[in-house]
Design a protein around this ligand. Structure first.
Ligand code: GLU
Length: 503
């Protein structure tokens, strides 16, 4: 591995299904890795054991798979820096946190919840907006900075519960460059002495995250904006642990906002707005949440939509497949401002990708009965014709139903309005012309229609819609000559004759 290799990680906590914001973080990491010939890692951050949700880890892996985001190293794959699940790395963190204590960069704190609450409410009473355990308040609390070393030793020996907190310096500027936001500068006095480790042997997110990024040689930390406030603490941890020169580059991604722009799109918003917020289906408490997959979206369209929620390619192109996204992606073109989610636009992306899908690809979604009953070439031609008018792949088979069976019902309104004796007579005459077409090609069929309309001095709208309905049952569809061509002369004649006799 070269020193400059790009290594990024997606580090979700398995506390529920991945929501589309999480998938976008994974996608940007993946695009960045591929673009730079780097590696994409999946690390499961499960240090908060109380919040684990059964099935969430599998869900994350299945979702990435559906999105065609390939994991190079990590949970489910392995790799030379494993294990990649934090609960299996407990022993690793211990060494580092005790090192911090030894170097006076962290300290033991023995305060009970009650004592912490009292401290916080006292600070609130004093007018502090965000009461913190910090350089001032810590001097009034029960920790290894205020207690005698003898007492600390005794407490530890006795097995008293403790946490280890980072010692944040007072009034120090912490500065780092974010790839998306530019320079970020924070005064250390606004940072809490965060808990790094608990007496049950579990590290907290902050410690585990930094230690793992270092040990796994992560070059770029690309994650959601909600982690921006934690970044200065992480920068400080790199310094405290003596890894300053190995500090990764940071990029904090903008939020995905609700359609009305009012706040972050949450997992609950799916119910509220009636669109999916999860990539694939998720079951919880007897409730099923349909994902984009089940809704009929293609992974390509889903990725395309997600990629453009926060990133712009710098030109007017909007349709990208995964390879094109990789080719064009750069962190420099990720926007700072939040991106409003737009479900209509998401459907539009799917429509565009469906048009680009090959007939072969589309018929894979057809019912197996159809695949058995019809020639492959025929099904492919139907798919290619119908895809132009469908939004979802699973609509193609339904929209093209009349290619597989004679219509059973006919558009009632049109029949009432147009299926009169005059028109029946005209259709009979047209049938005669159709029967006379020698080579039944789309061009010749179209010519036959036009000649007939000219000869009879008819407008297209006078007879063609009813012709369409008696052949296909419905008012809308692809060009009629194409439908005729695909169904074939024999079938067309039989359908028209049937209509003349029976409707
Ligand atoms: N476990 C954190 C999360 O769920 C990861 C944050 C990070 O990428 O540093 O989002």
């Amino acid at each position: 591995m070269s020193k400059n290799e790009v290594r990024v990680r997606f580090a979700p906590s398995p506390t529920g299904p991945l929501h589309i914001g999480g998938v976008r973080t994974a996608l940007y990491n993946y695009l960045f890795a591929r673009k730079n010939n780097g590696k994409f890692l999946l690390r499961i951050e499960d240090t908060d054991q109380n919040r684990l949700i059964n099935g969430a880890e599998k869900y994350i892996i299945d979702s990435l798979k559906w999105c065609k985001i390939e994991i190079d190293e990590g949970v489910s794959i392995g790799g030379e820096f494993g294990p990649y699940k934090q609960s299996q790395r407990k022993d690793i963190y211990k060494k580092y946190v005790f090192n911090l204590i030894k170097n006076n960069k962290a300290y033991y704190a023995f305060d009970s919840n009650e004592e912490l609450n009292t401290m916080r409410s006292n600070l609130k009473k004093e007018g502090k907006a965000a009461p913190q355990y910090n350089s001032i308040s810590r001097s009034r609390m029960k920790n290894s900075l205020t207690l005698s070393s003898k007492e600390v030793e005794e407490r530890l020996k006795r097995g008293d519960k403790y946490v280890i907190r980072i010692l944040i310096p007072r009034n120090q500027e912490i500065k780092f460059k974010d790839e998306i936001r530019g320079w970020v500068s924070v005064n250390s006095s606004s940072i809490d002495d965060k808990v790094l480790y608990k007496s049950d042997g579990m590290p907290t997110y902050h410690l585990a995250n930094v230690v793992d990024d270092y040990l796994m040689k992560i070059s770029h930390v690309i994650r959601g904006e909600e982690w921006l406030p934690s970044a200065p603490l992480h920068i400080l941890l790199y310094q405290y642990l003596g890894w300053e020169t190995e500090t990764p580059n940071f990029a904090h991604l903008p939020l995905i906002l609700r359609p009305d722009g009012q706040g972050k799109l949450s997992k609950r918003d799916g119910d509220k707005y009636g669109f999916p917020v999860f990539p694939i289906s998720w079951d919880q408490n007897d409730k099923n949440f349909r994902g984009y997959k089940e809704f009929g979206f293609s992974p390509d369209a889903f990725n395309n939509m997600l990629a453009l929620l926060g990133w712009n390619p710098g030109n007017n192109n909007e349709i990208f497949n995964m390879n094109e996204l990789i080719e064009n992606f750069s962190l420099g073109r990720v926007n700072k401002a939040g991106a409003k989610f737009d479900f209509k636009k998401t459907v539009w992306f799917n429509e565009q990708h469906l048009k680009k899908m090959s007939g072969e690809e589309i018929i894979k979604n057809f019912d197996s009965g159809l695949l058995k009953s019809f020639k492959r070439e025929y099904l492919i031609s139907v798919a290619n014709l119908i895809k132009e008018r469908a939004k979802f792949v699973n609509e193609v088979e339904v929209e093209g139903k009349y290619f597989f069976e004679k219509p059973k019902i006919y558009d009632e309104k049109l029949i009432k309005k147009k299926w009169n004796d005059d028109n029946k007579f005209l259709i009979k005459e047209l049938l005669f012309e159709i029967t006379n077409i020698e080579v039944f090609s789309a061009n010749n069929i179209s010519k036959c229609f036009n000649d007939f309309l000219n000869k009879k001095n008819l407008n297209f709208g006078e007879i063609m819609p009813i012709l369409r309905v008696i052949v296909s049952g419905i008012k809308f569809g692809p060009p009629l000559n194409e439908i005729f061509f695909l169904l074939g002369k024999k079938e067309i004649i039989s359908r028209i004759k049937f209509a003349l006799k029976n409707i």
